[in-house]
Ligand binder design. Structure first.
Ligand code: PMP
Length: 359
């Protein structure tokens, strides 16, 4: 039986995508092989890879002067690859620190650059994004890095920071494809695949042409944007199955009506869940309303000793992975693109019933 999986990632995937992958597993496109068993240099896979990129370009309306790279090492790999590609040793890089993932990105970047945290939400326990215009971007910074959606504490920016001529770099891992985005505001976007796009271990990088060619000579070739762009992300053997799966997910998003339709659905899902939590005395969400994530909804219950029972009972009814991140506790419902509104409604119904019997 399929469950409603509220995991933050690897996360639920659309059922039609999984069914298609299953159907094609033993014989992909009449090859008599799975996609994992064909040459990545063969015509069939090269076309499959190009189609995935073309569909993503269409979905996100990616301008022609941006390259799309399909890399390995997850989003975490980019915590190192971005500074290696975009900044020289000793360069200053601006960071907005809004949660656990931006903090990890800063920690990793510190090996290669001099981080300057120009907005730090840690003192407020990461419960909001900094207000628009409340921080000063240093015009000499090599770039500004931020995390538009913090997966663990569910903090999301309601705006794209203006950085002038300083390239804006965004870790879109947990919000990519959840709604339309204006790519031209960014110098570079990266996103791990396992939330809204597919299989863990892959990372999609969307980078503006003028930022290529700045990599340090010590940059690993598989993370060198210019080299990977020149080789269509096939400098070495790419994760072929993961790339194929991305293509299926992109096509599914297209079938749903693209990012505008996705955005409307995701807003409705988030509104329903936050609306219920706010109307309840038993449940609460600590995040400032204008900074609440559409994708990751953490919540607490008035009697924390019941958390384990909540998670176990929910799981028994087919609502799985509702425990909060191990570093913060509480509960968290991740409601990415593949989570239908029916799943969110089932969660709300369960929460009502749990409150009725335990409140
Ligand atoms: N950034 C964000 C916002 C994330 O949520 C995650 C994973 N949860 C990462 C980076 C790290 O991604 P990966 O595990 O794919 O390296």
């Amino acid at each position: 039986m399929r469950v409603y999986n509220f995991s933050a990632g690897p996360a639920m995937l659309p059922e039609p995508v999984l069914a298609r992958a299953r159907d094609e597993l033993l014989d992909w496109g009449g090859s008599g092989m799975s996609v994992m068993e064909v040459s990545h240099r063969g015509k069939a896979f090269v076309e499959c890879a190009a189609e995935a990129e073309a569909t993503l370009r269409q979905l996100m309306a990616i301008p022609d002067d941006y390259r799309v790279l399909f890399l390995q090492g997850g989003a975490f790999g980019q915590f190192a690859a971005v500074p290696l590609n975009l900044a020289a040793e000793g360069d200053r890089v601006d960071f907005l620190s809004t949660g656990d993932w931006s903090a990890k990105a800063i920690r990793e970047a510190r090996k290669y650059v001099v981080p300057s945290v120009i907005a730090d939400e840690k003192p407020g326990n990461y419960t909001k994004a900094p207000a628009d215009g409340s921080f000063q971007v240093n015009p000499t910074a090599a770039y500004l890095h931020y995390t538009p959606n913090e997966t663990i504490r569910g903090v999301e920016f309601g705006y794209v920071p203006a950085t002038g001529d300083v390239p804006l770099v965004a870790d879109l891992s947990s919000t990519i494809l959840s709604r339309p985005v204006n790519v031209s505001k960014f110098g570079l976007i990266y996103a791990g695949a396992q939330k809204n796009m597919g299989q863990s271990g892959m990372c999609v990088v969307i980078v503006r042409d003028d930022l290529l060619g700045r990599a340090r000579p010590t940059t690993p070739a598989v993370w060198n944007y210019e080299q990977m762009a020149a080789n269509d992300s096939m400098l070495n053997t790419p994760p072929t199955f993961g790339w194929y799966l991305l293509g299926l997910v992109y096509r599914w998003v297209q079938d749903q009506g693209g990012l505008s339709a996705m955005g409307e659905r995701n807003r409705a899902k988030a509104d329903a869940l936050y609306g219920f939590i706010d109307g309840s005395e038993f449940y609460s969400n600590p995040v400032q309303p204008d900074s609440r994530s559409w994708m990751n909804v953490p919540f607490l219950i008035a009697r924390p000793e019941l958390e384990k029972a909540f998670v176990a009972e929910a799981s028994a009814t087919g609502l799985t992975n509702l425990a909060g991140h191990r570093s913060v506790g509480g509960m968290r419902a991740s409601i990415y693109n593949a989570m239908p509104i029916e799943g969110v409604q089932a969660l709300i119904d369960f929460m009502k019933e749990f409150e009725r019997t335990n409140g």
